[in-house]
Design a protein around this ligand. Structure first.
Ligand code: T4K
Length: 380
């Protein structure tokens, strides 16, 4: 039987949307209050719910993850050089360069694609002030090794946890590691507030600094204590966040079924590799389905697979290709590490569709299409 394209496009992700009437009820309250932004009641409720969810008082909300990270770096006084990964979304590095901090790119480890602690240690100089590591795809970084390096060299450990909402390590949220964690609540994330960002941190003293920095530096009506920016989350965003949070367990549960289906259906296709299952003490949030395409075994390059899937109305994404250091605006930064692992992975990686509304039969079919590409049978 010839496999036909999907009737509707299947994107790499689709946002979870709460029932429209629930959002409309919340909007009615906002309409009645006429309070749209600037630390409104819905934002405060959302913040309280997140404090409960993460079991901390130190939560600060922003209108997106990029500004949250920029403000974190500025508020923490990070300067000079920061060691980071080239295998991430550009916003991670932009947050450094917007603060006039020099990114020092080092390699990643091959299983889960997070920064390689040995490479981090080798790159430390007298100008290093922090490590900016990324829990890429929601995979936790090598937490113990990074913590040890940060302690020994007395530098800060900052996590870009944009992908990691819901990830737990030993029953503890991933938010509770390092000196700072930034989460993105963008619509493409499994937990979202349309756009949004959050910082979680152990040092309570940062809270007022971040609140000033996101609100022009205002302490009160007549005092500006630092040159802040405008990075406030508004009431509609907060309302969406509150309503998505109610469903977070169901969202992750559905995604775990999708991961399982992909693992079962892709396991015997030559040249298609998935990361090893996460160790038992880690609770996966199933944020992404990254696969590596080994051209020699699969018989087709990653880019060819990416293009061919489009013919079947399947829109996968090459997160994260090219490496950040290869973008024109970062080519001026010298890279000492040869980045062998990261370069290989960036050329082989492909993220397949995953979202709570994706039908398991469609997942099966996507895998079937990939299998047929490999065998060369039943193609259009
Ligand atoms: N650090 C890391 C490691 C990050 O991955 C990100 C963001 C950040 C920092 C910064 O956080 P934010 O400032 O964004 O909060 C997307 C997202 O825009 C970006 O948030 C995300 N990472 C990045 C990995 O992916 P694009 O350019 O791939 O998104 P786009 O618009 O092509 O959307 C992908 C697919 O999602 C579409 O083909 C269809 C679907 N989609 C998208 C949107 C926006 C929908 O169905 N509905 C929608 O509303 O960047």
């Amino acid at each position: 039987m010839i496999i036909k394209p999907f009737k509707e496009p299947i994107y790499v992700t689709r946002p979870f949307l709460p029932p429209l009437n629930e959002y409309a009820d919340g909007l009615k309250e906002i309409w009645d209050s006429k309070w749209l932004t600037n630390n409104g009641p819905v934002l405060n409720r959302f913040s309280k719910e997140l404090c409960d969810y993460f079991e901390t008082e130190n939560v600060c909300l922003f209108n997106n993850g990029t500004l949250a990270l920029q403000i974190a770096l500025q508020g923490m006084g990070i300067s000079g050089e920061v060691i980071t990964t080239p295998f991430t979304f550009v916003a991670t590095t932009h947050a450094l360069t917007w603060n006039k901090i020099r990114p020092v790119f080092v390699d990643i480890e091959p299983d889960y694609y997070t920064i390689d602690p040995e490479k981090v240690e080798a790159a430390i100089t007298p100008w290093t002030t922090a490590i900016l590591a990324v829990h890429v795809y929601g995979h936790p970084c090598m937490l113990d090794a990074l913590t040890d390096i940060a302690r020994r060299y007395n530098i800060k450990l900052i996590y870009d946890a944009a992908h990691a909402f819901g990830t737990k390590v030993g029953l503890k949220s991933i938010a509770h590691f390092g000196d700072m964690s930034m989460f993105s609540f963008h619509s493409t994330k499994l937990f979202h507030s349309i756009e949004g960002g959050m910082l979680i941190f152990p040092e309570t003293g940062f809270k007022s600094t971040f609140n000033y920095l996101k609100n022009f530096g205002f302490k009160n009506e007549v005092e500006v204590v630092m040159p802040g920016t405008n990075a406030k989350m508004n009431e509609m965003q907060a309302l969406m966040g509150i309503q998505v949070l109610k469903y977070i367990n169901e969202i992750i549960e559905k995604r775990s079924k999708i991961t399982k289906m992909y693992r079962d259906c892709l396991k015997n296709i030559p040249g298609i590799i998935l990361p090893p299952p996460l160790p038992a003490h880690i609770e996966n949030n199933h944020a992404y389905i990254p696969i590596e395409v080994i051209e020699k075994e699969f018989g087709m390059s990653r880019d060819a697979l990416y293009e061919k899937l489009k013919l079947y109305n399947v829109f996968s994404r090459r997160y994260f290709f090219p490496l950040i250091c290869d973008f024109a605006c970062y080519q001026g930064f010298p890279v000492v590490d040869p980045l062998d692992v990261a370069r290989g992975v960036a050329n082989r990686i492909l993220c397949l569709p995953i979202y709570d509304g994706l039908d398991l039969n469609d997942v099966k079919m996507i895998c079937e299409i990939i299998r047929e590409f490999q065998t060369g049978k039943n193609l259009l």
